[in-house]
Ligand binder design. Structure first.
Ligand SMILES: [Zn+2]
Length: 103
């Protein structure tokens, strides 16, 4: 049996690579890509592990499914200050917002 911390780290790494694979697959086979993203999500839930920020953005906050800009999500730059990036999920319509702060 592996130490918990090590198992968690390995789970995170596996989930991140699965998300990357899913994003690549989504351009050809969205159904397979969603299955890959779903198993990545299940891994993180099983091990209570986190996804890094870049991978996390590929999940919709509303339906928890894979969202890929240009495939099943719409990305728009909102007005206002600071600017807002909104990613609309093509599946459930949830708008995932991100405030862009000046560095
Ligand atoms: Zn959604």
């Amino acid at each position: 049996v592996k130490p918990r911390r090590q198992a968690k780290e390995e789970a995170s790494a596996a989930a991140v690579s699965l998300v990357a694979k899913a994003v690549k697959t989504s351009r050809t086979d969205l159904q397979l890509a969603e299955a890959q993203a779903d198993s990545a999500r299940r891994i993180t839930l099983r091990f209570n592990a986190r996804l890094d920020y870049q991978s996390k953005r590929f999940f919709c906050h509303g339906c928890k499914k894979l969202i890929v800009p240009g495939v099943n999500a719409r990305v728009r730059l909102g007005k206002g200050e600071p600017a807002r990036l909104s990613v609309t999920c093509g599946r459930c319509g949830h708008v995932n917002r991100k405030i862009l702060r000046r560095p």
